[in-house]
Write a protein that binds this ligand. Structure first.
Ligand SMILES: Cc1ncc(C[n+]2csc(CCOP(=O)(O)OP(=O)(O)O)c2C)c(N)n1
Ligand SMILES: [Mg+2]
Length: 358
């Protein structure tokens, strides 16, 4: 059982057949099995490009069965279409299998359990990345612009790794809290690493990668589920582009929590830029040095006080530079009734990298 971004919290992560997120930004376990699958049953999926890794995720002779109430979606990827409600269809299939006494054989169960374990190991490692010193630290995205990590640490004094912060948030917020995200490096981190303990607690915009959807969607989730804590997982670039619903949330008294990962860059775009052999042009938030005209910004890292921005809007705001500060901020934020901004300073290149499928 592998999950798309939209289906992420349809099944709890603790389910023994749950292999986590799949696709271009998915995790190791789901992608490994997807490569080998002879039959793929798509439940409600639209097979977006990220889910199929531009169709290279699957065997060329794999057969597809698509259960989807939309005929258009059910016919995608040359599938055998089942135009029907997913719940009713899966219940009917379950009953039919029960009648013939079908169960997963032990060898196949083992085949599924092994990569699941591998997924846990990857999560464990990324939950615990610590920067001690340059010589002993290898960032997860260890590319030709690797020196931006130490530059960030030198200019800001902050060195919490992004995946470690995300893992801590996963542990610290309530199990039934709703997390929203949209763009940047966070959808990849969350598709690969986020553990959704309860159903319907994960909302990701990942059809169009729409910057600025994080905070707007968090307010929408809060209106739909007023009793839940809602967290917008947001990059600095996305926050810069659009966060006006934060003001609306204050205005209408609907509390949302903005978890702002400030790596002072369009981090994922910088990774792609460098990965394609380019120079780092216009994707790092450094000051432009006098006389430089080639678009390469190598002056001091711009340190934006996002907590001050949040406070100016009337939010309760926190700046986080250490793990203790993160824990204290999340716990204190739970007690507040007004919207929250937690400005977390994380060096670039400390997000997760791709697994098996780009
Ligand atoms: C409206 C819009 N403009 C541009 C892009 C291209 N784009 C995707 S991610 C990204 C940078 C996001 O930066 P940030 O939010 O700081 O996330 P990070 O990668 O640093 O985690 C850009 C420019 C987009 N997806 N949507
Ligand atoms: Mg960023």
């Amino acid at each position: 059982m592998a999950r798309t971004q939209a289906g992420k919290s349809a099944v709890e992560w603790t389910h023994e057949r749950n292999l986590g997120g799949l696709g271009t930004i998915g995790g190791i376990a789901a992608n490994k099995l997807a490569h080998e699958a002879d039959v793929v049953i798509g439940v409600g999926t639209r097979y977006t490009d990220f889910t199929t890794a531009s169709k290279c995720l699957y065997r060329t002779d794999a057969k597809f069965v698509n259960i989807n109430p939309s005929e258009l979606q059910a016919h995608k990827i040359d599938a055998t279409p089942v135009v029907a409600d997913a719940n009713e269809t899966l219940t009917a299939i379950g009953e039919a299998l029960k009648k013939i006494g079908y169960h997963t054989d032990a060898a196949y169960a083992e085949e599924v359990a092994a990569p699941r374990k591998e997924w846990f190991t990857a999560i464990e490692r990324l939950d615990n990345c610590v920067h001690t010193d340059k010589a002993s630290f290898t960032p997860v995205c260890n590319d030709a612009n690797r020196s931006c990590v130490e530059k960030y640490i030198e200019d800001t004094g902050c060195k919490l790794c992004q995946t470690t912060v995300l893992g801590a948030i996963n542990h610290l917020i309530d199990d039934d809290a709703i997390v929203c995200a949209a763009v940047g490096s966070l959808p990849g981190d969350m598709q690969g690493l986020w553990r959704a303990s309860k159903i319907n607690t994960y909302h990701m915009e990942y059809g169009y990668s729409c910057m600025g959807y994080e905070i707007a969607s968090a307010l929408g989730a809060k209106l739909a589920c007023p009793d839940k804590q809602v967290y917008a997982m947001c990059g600095d670039g996305s926050f810069d582009m659009l966060h006006s619903e934060l003001i609306t949330s204050v205005q209408i008294g609907k509390k949302i929590n903005v978890m702002l990962f400030d790596n002072a860059s369009f981090g994922c775009i910088n990774n792609l830029e460098i990965g394609q052999g380019n120079a780092s042009i216009c994707t790092e938030k450094n000051i432009l040095e006098p006389g430089v005209t080639n678009g390469i910004y190598k002056g001091k890292v711009i340190q934006i006080d996002y907590a001050a921005i949040g406070a100016a809007y009337g939010c309760k705001a926190y700046t986080v530079k250490t793990m203790d500060e993160l824990k204290a901020a999340i716990e204190d934020a739970k007690k507040q009734t007004v919207s929250i901004v937690i400005d977390m300073k994380v060096p670039p290149k400390t997000m997760s990298a791709g697994y098996e499928n780009w």
